[in-house]
Ligand binder design. Structure first.
Ligand code: AMP
Ligand code: MG
Length: 353
């Protein structure tokens, strides 16, 4: 379901993610920019089109909204959807019939999960639920009982526990519950761009609360993207988009609660069952959006000790991590492209590639 901005119950999500900047033109003529904001998967989705006539813009935006609605009905992990029906079957130890398009997405997520050595792990829905991060309206205020966390780690839920055939999926592990919260926003952004292109639109940005893809240009200039500062208002850095690129960011500021002086956030380390502690924000820039799905979430879990092998395994060369001290770890290729804001002077560690 899509909600328009007047639906205030989702407003905390509005602050999540990336900022899209428009450097104003020297002329006073109005910019031929069309902007639309809708809420899908509990996230604000921003659609920005450049140089498109109003009628086409309206039609294309409506088609994108329909696509996102359909995704929501299929993939929402906590509201009745095709996915919750699959989860019910898996929990009962039964095979679930799944239509081929959905099976293909599950298979791709399984591959991403394997490549990340299960740091990106959409099978840990029961842990996410135990922590209460599934609830859009109310966050829990204290960590769950450690015994309950521990019980879900024996055996740990993994995507390799899923057995996928032509039209069915089943799980050999009762702890598996699918939650594509870290994956489907990016997938939706991909589908949205595909839909826009089918309307002949080649200059656009679709931003789903931290998962963004930009194509083409903003007139004479490239699109300029702002990466949100994880602790201060505004952005920490900006980036000019080259052609067709995706910028996916995960952060501990998106959904969290504080308990006894510690922050507990929505990205869970599947190895410990507790919120990831390695980083407070992670950004991935990729020319291939599908390749980057789930990657920023995995980087949050990996943290600065383990992130370079993870990037290599995922085939990503442009990424940035920010640790709890505000120290920035960045790959050389992204460092060449990012412009840090002059009012922030973080300590920066540049790594190959
Ligand atoms: P993102 O903000 O894109 O990083 O996605 C975070 C969401 O993905 C959370 O709200 C959970 O629903 C889910 N999630 C949490 N931890 C993980 C993990 N380690 N792997 C995959 N999905 C996760
Ligand atoms: Mg994400």
């Amino acid at each position: 379901m899509i909600f328009f901005l007047s639906e205030t119950k989702f407003l905390p999500h509005v602050l999540a993610g990336l900022l899209v900047l428009f450097v104003s033109a020297c002329s006073t003529a109005p910019e031929p920019v069309h902007r639309e904001q809708v809420l899908a998967f509990g996230t604000l989705v921003d659609i920005t089109l450049w140089g498109v006539d109003e009628e086409t813009a309206q039609q294309a935006s409506a088609a994108v909204i329909q696509t996102l609605n359909q995704l929501h009905r299929t993939w929402h992990a906590w509201e009745p959807s095709a996915l919750t029906r699959i989860n019910q079957r898996l929990a009962a130890g039964l095979s679930a019939d799944v239509e081929p398009a959905m099976l293909e997405v599950i298979r791709r997520a399984q591959q991403q999960s394997r490549a990340s050595q299960d740091l990106f792990n959409p099978a840990i829905g029961r842990l996410v639920e135990l922590w209460g991060f599934h609830n859009e309206e109310r966050l829990v205020t204290a960590p769950p009982d450690p015994k309950r966390i521990n019980a879900l780690l024996h055996p740990p839920a993994r995507m390799t526990d899923l057995h996928i055939t032509e039209r069915q999926v089943r799980s050999s592990n009762p702890h598996v519950q699918l939650d594509f919260g870290a994956y489907i926003k990016g997938y939706g952004v991909d589908l949205a761009i595909e839909k826009l292109r089918s309307y002949g639109i080649n200059n656009a940005i679709v931003n789903a609360g931290g998962d963004l893809r930009a194509i083409g240009r903003h007139g004479q200039r490239p699109w300029k993207i702002g990466i949100r500062h994880p602790r201060a208002a505004g952005m920490i850095a900006s980036l000019d988009i080259q052609g067709d690129e995706s910028v996916f960011t995960s952060g501990d500021y998106e959904r969290y609660f504080d308990y006894q002086g510690r922050r507990y956030h929505h990205i869970i380390d599947p190895r410990t069952g507790y919120p990831a502690t390695g980083a407070i924000a992670a950004t991935v820039v990729s020319a291939n959006a599908a390749q980057a799905l789930g990657a920023s979430t995995a980087l949050m879990v990996a943290g600065p000790q383990d992130w370079l092998p993870l990037l290599a395994a995922l085939g990503i060369d442009k990424a940035m991590l920010i640790d709890a001290q505000g120290k920035v770890y960045i790959t050389a290729r992204l460092n060449q492209r990012l412009h840090f804001e002059s009012n922030f002077k973080p300590e920066i560690v540049v790594s190959p590639p």
